[in-house]
Ligand binder design. Structure first.
Ligand code: OMP
Length: 272
């Protein structure tokens, strides 16, 4: 997908909401277990109920991989079901030596036709550049993650006096087709989002951590929004498990709608 299509979706829907399809067989409503593919059925109903509010869907592949071949099939069916104008993210957090990364990229971009994949930068240029060589596909590089363990490496000051995540942002700008590069920046790191934005003013951020992890949407927009919005804010559990009863899809819609209303207002305030 090209940038323009993404911009248009954001403008049309007045939303920068990404819904995380972290679909767990143990958490979905029990009545769905009667279906031949309960995971797909759950996702299908969530997508039907929220597609006018969301600009992206992000299945976290762990939830599908954990089920083996059956899970991969549910993932493929889900991807096929997502309307084509909506941005799709394979949250797989890959990255390996070059020839292996090439095959990961083929798996998610050619075989499965995702628009983007999350990639870990730890192994450096040759582990990331194979993903960047796919025309029209996006790499979403982990920069400053939302979890507590992000302090272990990402916030360590290097001998140049900069935290490690800043090196990731700067160095990755030299890694080829950076036009199609986004960065993961956790919503739980409100005060640091402004620092990230200074280093990469034009890139999109995928921002997980609102909802179940407690990040503030307003802070994210205040510090992270640019003139093209530049944000995809993800919520997974806070939306998809809003209810575990038969009304789950409606409840998910209500949660997504609350976020969209807030996003519309934030776009008017900060997208300049
Ligand atoms: O890459 C991600 O999406 C990601 C990065 C990060 O820093 N923190 C983070 O929570 N995520 C993912 O975003 C989703 C967050 O889910 P909820 O906390 O349920 O909204 C999960 O799929 C995480 O794996």
């Amino acid at each position: 997908m090209d940038k323009l299509t993404l911009f248009k979706q954001i403008e049309k829907k007045q939303s920068f909401l990404c819904i995380g399809l972290d679909t767990d067989l143990h958490r979905i409503p029990q009545h769905l277990l009667e279906y031949e593919d309960p995971i797909f059925e759950f996702n299908k109903q969530i997508i039907d109920a929220t597609q006018d509010l969301a600009v992206a869907y992000k299945p976290n592949t762990a939830f599908y991989e954990a089920l083996g071949a059956r899970g991969w099939q549910s993932l493929a069916r889900t991807l096929d079901y997502i309307p084509k104008e909506i941005f799709t993210i394979a949250d797989a957090k890959r990255g390996d030596i070059g020839n292996t990364s090439s095959l990961y990229a083929q798996a998610f971009f050619d075989r499965m036709n995702f628009d983007s994949v999350t990639v870990a930068p730890y192994m450096g240029v040759d582990s990331v550049s194979p993903f960047l060589s796919f025309e029209g596909k996006w790499v979403i590089l982990l920069a400053l993650t939302s979890n507590e363990g992000s302090q272990d490496f990402q916030l360590i000051q290097s001998q140049h006096g900069k935290p490690f995540y800043q090196h990731v942002l700067e160095k990755s700008q030299e890694w080829g087709n950076t036009d199609n590069l986004m960065y993961v920046v956790g919503a739980t790191r409100g005060e640091l989002i402004a620092e990230v934005r200074k280093i990469v003013p034009d890139h999109f951020f995928l921002v997980p951590g609102v909802g179940a992890q407690g990040g503030s949407l307003e802070e994210v927009a205040k510090y992270g929004m640019n003139s093209h919005c530049g944000l995809l804010v993800n919520s997974s559990r806070g939306i998809i498990y809003a209810s575990i009863g038969e009304d789950f899809a409606n409840a998910a819609r209500e949660e997504a709608a609350k976020l969209q209303v807030e996003m519309r207002e934030l776009l008017q305030r900060f997208c300049k």
